[in-house]
Design a protein around this ligand. Structure first.
Ligand SMILES: [Zn+2]
Length: 127
């Protein structure tokens, strides 16, 4: 099936182009495991705004997962200085986009993003 003739699966908008959202690679450039979770098995159709927010949510989740690993002393992408920097920039960017939109994101709360930024700031950037 290559088209969806109904409405955005997040906000229900029925007017305007829809984009099929399918997860390929995560924020750190790693392919998603296509065998297990749900993420890529059911591509969904979103309107333009929602697909932007879906991307933000995906990056946010990837960063938070790596942050939790770092805190737990496990191997983490964020233990690399470059990735750490890139992740903090991306969080700032996500926050700026969230602040710039009129409606709250259907996927992501600004509060969670702020919290993660604060927690990230308490860490020393790896070299
Ligand atoms: Zn939508």
């Amino acid at each position: 099936m290559d088209s969806w003739n109904e409405s955005c699966q997040a906000c229900g908008a029925a007017d305007g182009p829809l984009t099929k959202f399918s997860l390929g690679k995560d924020f750190f450039g790693r392919p998603y495991d296509r065998l297990s979770p749900s993420s890529n098995q059911n591509p969904k159709w979103y309107c333009v705004t929602c697909s932007v927010h879906k991307n933000l949510q995906r990056d946010f989740r990837d960063i938070r997962t790596e942050f939790d690993k770092l805190r737990a002393g496990q191997g983490s992408e964020l233990s690399k200085g470059d990735e750490f920097r890139r992740a903090s920039l991306r969080l700032q960017e996500i926050m700026a986009i969230l602040k710039g939109t009129q409606q709250p994101s259907p996927f992501l709360s600004g509060h969670d993003v702020t919290l993660l930024i604060d927690r990230l700031n308490t860490l020393t950037m790896p070299v």
